[in-house]
Design a protein around this ligand. Structure first.
Ligand SMILES: Nc1ncnc2c1ncn2[C@@H]1O[C@H](COP(=O)(O)OP(=O)(O)OP(=O)(O)O)[C@@H](O)[C@H]1O
Ligand SMILES: CC(C)(CO)[C@@H](O)C(=O)NCCC(=O)O
Ligand SMILES: [K+]
Length: 249
C-alpha cells in the first residue's frame, strides 16, 4: 500500500491508498511525528511499501520524519520538490524554489481538475490564495494568517481577551455585532476571513470574468464555503497534486 503525507506547520495529514494508487483505505490528521507513527503502527493491516510526501517544515524536521518512516516501516520515500514547470503549470514565483510546496501541489491539482483557470484557496495555519490562468501560468498569490493564528495573536497580545474553545464555537452561531468579547473577536476574525475570500474572487473576476473554478481546501475550508457557493471544496487537493508530482512507477 501507499502512504501519502502532507506535513503542514501545525498538523500532518496522512492517508493510505491501495497499491493501485487510487483507492483510499484510511486517513487522518495528527499533530506530531510520534502520533503519526502510532496511527500507522498497525502496519500489518496497511502493508506499506511506498510513501510520497510533501512538507513545508524545515529540512531537518522532514529528514528526521523520513528516517523514522524508513526505519519503522521499510518504505521507500519520494518527496515533492520545487519545479519551474509541471503538468502544464508554470511556477509564477521570481524564485520558484521559494513557493511553498503545499501551494504548488494544490495549484497543480486545481489546474488539473479545472482544466483551465482556477483560484485555489487553502485554509490552514496560514491562508493562501493562488491564481492560475487558463494557459497554466501561475500569476502568484497571497498569504495571510489563518483563523487559529488570528485569534491567538489577539489572545496573546492583549490582556483582556481571554476565552475558551467552547465559547468560541458558540460565538459562530451568528455574525451579528458581538455583545461579548468572545463574540466580538470570533466574528471579527470570521469577517476578515470572508472579506479576504471575497477580495480574491473579485480579482479572479477581473482577470477571467466568469471563466474560472474556485477550489477551497485546508482544515478550515468549511468556514467560508457559504460565501462561495459555487466553489469546489476539495479537502485532498494537495494530495491530488502530490500524486502528479510524485508518480510511483
Ligand atoms: N482532525 C483534525 N485535527 C486537527 N485539526 C483539524 C482537524 N480537522 C480539521 N481541522 C482544522 O484544520 C486546521 C488546520 O489546517 P490544515 O490541517 O489544513 O493545515 P495546517 O497543518 O494547520 O497548516 P498548513 O498546512 O497551512 O501548514 C485547524 O485550524 C483545524 O480547525
Ligand atoms: C504559506 C505556507 C505556510 C502555507 O502552508 C507554506 O506554503 C510556506 O511555508 N510557504 C513558503 C513561503 C511562500 O510560499 O512564499
Ligand atoms: K496547507
Amino acid at each position: 500500500m501507499i502512504l501519502e503525507l502532507d506535513c503542514g506547520n501545525s498538523f500532518i495529514k496522512w492517508r493510505v491508498l491501495r497499491a493501485d494508487g487510487v483507492t483510499p483505505v484510511e486517513g487522518g490528521v495528527v499533530s506530531s511525528d510520534s502520533d503519526l507513527l502510532v496511527s500507522l503502527s498497525n502496519a500489518e493491516k496497511f502493508q506499506l511499501e511506498k510513501c510520497r510526501l510533501v512538507s513545508v517544515r524545515t529540512l531537518e524536521e522532514t529528514d528526521s520524519l523520513v528516517a523514522s518512516l524508513v526505519d519503522v516501516f521499510g518504505v521507500s520515500v519520494t518527496r515533492a520538490v520545487p519545479a519551474r514547470e509541471m503538468a502544464g503549470v508554470k511556477n509564477g514565483y521570481q524564485d520558484y524554489e521559494r513557493l511553498g510546496l503545499d501551494r504548488w501541489l494544490a495549484l497543480l491539482g486545481g489546474y488539473h481538475l479545472a482544466s483551465g483557470a482556477c483560484l485555489v484557496l487553502d485554509f490552514g495555519t496560514a491562508i493562501t490564495a493562488d491564481f492560475v490562468a487558463a494557459d497554466g501560468e501561475h500569476l502568484g498569490g497571497f498569504i495571510c494568517p489563518g483563523m487559529p493564528l488570528m485569534r491567538n495573536q489577539l489572545r496573546t497580545h492583549t490582556r483582556r481577551i481571554r476565552y475558551d474553545d467552547m465559547a468560541a464555537e458558540r460565538a459562530h452561531e451568528s455574525l451579528a455585532p458581538g455583545r461579548t468579547t468572545v463574540e466580538a473577536v470570533e466574528r471579527g476574525c470570521m469577517l476578515m476571513l470572508r472579506g479576504f475570500v471575497l477580495t480574491q474572487l473579485e480579482l479572479a473576476q477581473q482577470y477571467w470574468g466568469k471563466d474560472f473554478v474556485v477550489f477551497l481546501t485546508g482544515g478550515d475550508a468549511n468556514l467560508v464555503s457559504g460565501v462561495v457557493p459555487d466553489a469546489k471544496v476539495v479537502p485532498d487537493l494537495v494530495f491530488v497534486g502530490l500524486a502528479m508530482a510524485c508518480p510511483l512507477s
